[in-house]
Write a protein of this length. Structure first.
Ligand SMILES: C[S@@+](CC[C@H](N)C(=O)[O-])C[C@H]1O[C@@H](n2cnc3c(N)ncnc32)[C@H](O)[C@@H]1O
Length: 720
């Protein structure tokens, strides 16, 4: 890597362009006894990429050779046609002296790259290692004009099918310049990550802030009168056969990168950014190429930051993608304690579906987790509901190579990684996935619980992956197969509410005096639930509170089907589903003024969690909706809201507004979760502290007892 002492650096960047600066530079290096000064790595580190693109017989030009040993090493492994040029007479003389007897065929010529006098089509390969970076020290017009002159000569001296290989840090102005220049010239461009600058495996941790890249630009034959820009600006009225011949006319090179005719654009732009041997991917536009490279650079900078510094107080997260996949597989949150403990580094795998619990979802919770587990740095790993994970062991295998890259600098890279979790099963089996117009992609998955040995089935929307929309318990039963085999199947146990927010919403019915006088009521109690999900809440209410008359409003017919097929949801005389928009329905019903409900419940997810509110969508708690909801309530009615809002400001403003719309309002924060349940009563209660305490006692008693209202069926192998 580049490691220039201050006395070797020029006073201004422009000096990099002057012969005099380089003469002094190489004289000084010699005085200091330095044999060579390598920019961006030596031959062994670059061999993979160089050997991939250069053939032994190629006529090679090393542009700005300096006193690098690269050309000597290429020569020694068999590349004999190597010409080195440099603007510094001093370094050319040094290199001639050094190589003349050992490598007699190798040429060293003093030449300005801006005024090359080689004939047209002389070279198959031009290698530039750090030279363009030195020439383009900044993005001023003057320097840019010099760089254009340099590349213009490269284009002239290169044979068709030849490659300009520029090893560079690709600062943004150089990246943009190179891509646009060769795109204009109609060359194929590939950008590959070099291993130089990467941290070698099993070495004590060192990180490079700046990754090194190779831009490989391949010269295509120009068709007179055409430039690639013509293809972009005109609609070409040609058929595919003509297009194919036209494109092949450009491509006379036999290479693994034959031009494909799959799209009507001319450019061939590729990136290979994992490692030099990794998969090459086609990109559609220069801007995509630039973004991909910038992504790698930002990632390297971020990694350097977390490896060399304590990041306590910073909220740093990153997503890991599988190779060749567009879907993230893990989210990693890096948590540092601001004090030093005995244990240095561990990985905490959050069981799938628990990502939204306070301890794992919030920076404060994760900090507490790091303190509790006693590690200086804890990487908290969230799994993705749309991904399949075979077992904890598979997860460890997948992560072990990656997570050490985030270990503190003083930890050896071959140190053993400690994996922690809660002891619950970490992953779920995906049973079904689909996409609907409203919910987007959704997943039905199953996990086995160690706690009660039962299976649980969940519905998750990928737009809001940290929130489980519905969870139900599955119980086994032995079916009487025709052959008498009695295979084990599972049914949904609607006697059990698995989601804590459903427990708390149900318990809110205690405000209706449900467990005492209303139980004897002869009139049905009218309930409107907005948001069906898997249907766990309405099914439980319908089964155990027969005096309820329940209307469920769901926007998405496909979700109703999912509830029916995967969560055992069934309609009944006292349980109806209406497919429609909750906001429109409530506004319409309230305007009509004919209907009243004893209870209205919102259990609706937001498809835009970027605001910090994942339940309900913000429009559901806007003033006009709250007015409409209140109008729908019977005098002793009750509005119950499942509310999950991480954004503190938004949370405060919604709550302070809601208070003004209902005579009594109480909130029940669900332990270890972001969700809270807001109970709004349509009547005035004793608002003294003791009065409120009394009310909450009523709810909390119900919360505790909901699941024991019915006898647990587990373990009984009953018939459905
Ligand atoms: C950053 S050094 C790279 C040296 C070498 N490629 C390496 O990898 O160590 C840049 C080299 O480009 C040379 N150089 C700068 N401007 C040049 C020009 N206009 N023509 C030829 N060489 C030039 C410098 O003399 C210097 O040797």
């Amino acid at each position: 890597m580049v490691n220039l002492k201050l006395d070797l650096l020029p006073k201004t960047k422009k000096e990099f362009a002057h012969e005099g600066y380089w003469d002094t530079f190489f004289k000084n290096l010699k005085k200091k006894g330095r044999q060579s000064f390598e920019w961006y790595g030596e031959y062994p580190e670059l061999a993979v990429i160089l050997n991939k693109y250069i053939k032994l017989k190629d006529n090679i030009l090393i542009a700005g050779c300096g006193n690098s040993s690269l050309s000597a090493e290429l020569y020694d492994v068999g590349y004999r046609n190597v010409t080195n040029v440099d603007i510094s007479q001093v370094v050319i003389k040094q290199m001639q002296d050094k190589n003349k007897s050992l490598r007699p065929e190798m040429k060293f010529i003093r030449m300005d790259l801006m005024e090359m006098d080689f004939d047209e089509n002389t070279f198959n390969v031009v290698i530039d290692k750090g030279t363009l970076d030195a020439i383009m020290a900044d993005s001023s017009d003057e320097i840019r004009e010099r760089a254009e002159r340099y590349l213009c000569h490269i284009c002239r001296v290169m044979r068709v099918g030849g490659r300009y290989m520029c090893i560079s840090l690709l600062q943004e102005h150089i990246l943009v310049f190179l891509c646009n220049y060769f795109f204009r010239e109609g060359w194929m461009i590939r950008i590959s990550r070099c291993m130089a600058g990467c941290t070698p495996p099993n070495s004590p941790m060192k990180t490079a802030t700046f990754p090194v890249f190779a831009v490989i630009a391949t010269k295509f034959k120009k068709i007179p009168g055409f430039s690639p820009n013509d293809f972009n600006s005109k609609i070409l009225r040609i058929n595919m056969y003509m297009l194919r011949s036209l494109l092949y006319a450009f491509c006379t090179v036999e290479s693994e990168n034959k031009v494909k005719c799959s799209c009507l654009s001319f450019e061939v732009l590729e990136v290979c950014l994992q490692n030099p041997d990794g998969k090459v991917e086609r990109v559609c536009a220069i801007s995509d190429m630039i973004q991909e490279v910038k992504g790698v650079q930002q990632c390297a900078m971020m990694r350097h930051h977390v490896v060399t510094k304590n990041v306590a107080g910073e909220d740093i997260s990153l997503e890991l993608y599988e190779t060749d996949s567009e879907r993230p597989r893990y989210t990693l949150h890096i948590v540092d304690l601001d004090k030093r403990t005995v244990n240095r580094f561990a990985i905490f795998i959050v069981p799938m579906g628990k990502e939204n619990e306070y301890l794992f979802a919030t920076p404060e919770g994760r900090h507490q987790l790091a303190e509790d587990s006693g590690y200086d740095r804890l990487i908290v790993v969230h799994l993705k509901p749309d991904q399949f994970y075979e077992s904890l062991e598979t997860i460890k295998d997948e992560l072990s190579g990656k997570v050490m890259e985030l270990a503190p600098a003083d930890l050896r890279r071959d140190a053993r990684v400690n994996y922690l979790s809660t002891g619950e099963p970490v992953s779920g089996r995906r049973r079904h996935e689909g996409k609907s117009a409203f919910a987007g992609q959704y997943v039905v998955s199953e996990v086995d619980s160690l706690e009660d040995k039962a299976k649980y089935r969940r519905l998750t929307f990928l737009a809001n992956p940290a929130v489980i929309q519905t969870e139900v318990r599955l119980l086994p039963y032995r079916s009487n197969g025709k052959d008498g085999s009695g295979a084990v199947s599972y049914f949904v146990d609607y006697s059990h509410l698995s989601c804590q927010h459903h427990v708390c919403m149900t318990a809110g019915l205690a405000f209706l005096d449900f467990f005492s006088s209303l139980a004897e009521s002869s009139e049905p109690i009218r309930v409107l639930i907005v948001g069906l999900g898997g249907g766990a809440l309405p099914m439980f209410l319908n089964k155990y509170f027969p005096m309820l008359d329940i209307e469920v409003l769901e926007i998405d017919d496909e979700i109703r089907e999912v509830a029916t097929k995967w969560f055992g949801f069934t309609r009944g005389p006292r349980l109806r589903v209406i497919i429609g928009d909750g906001v429109e329905y409530i506004m319409k019903k309230s305007a009509e003024g004919k209907t009243t409900y004893d209870a209205v419940m919102f259990d609706v997810d937001s498809k835009d969690p970027s605001l910090g509110i994942s339940c309900p969508p913000k429009v559901f708690v806007e003033p006009n909706m709250l007015v409409a909801v209140r109008k729908l309530l019977a005098p002793n009615g009750l509005f119950i809201l499942n509310f999950a809002c991480r954004n503190k400001q938004l949370h405060a403003s919604i709550i302070s507004q809601m208070v003004t719309f209902f005579p009594t309002m109480l909130s029940w924060k669900i332990k270890d979760e972001v969700n809270e349940i807001i109970y709004c009563l349509n009547y005035k209660c004793d608002s003294s502290d003791s009065g409120k305490r009394e009310l909450m006692k009523r709810v909390s008693t119900s919360i505790l007892h909901i699941n024991s209202l019915v006898k647990p069926l587990l373990g009984k192998w009953e018939k459905k």
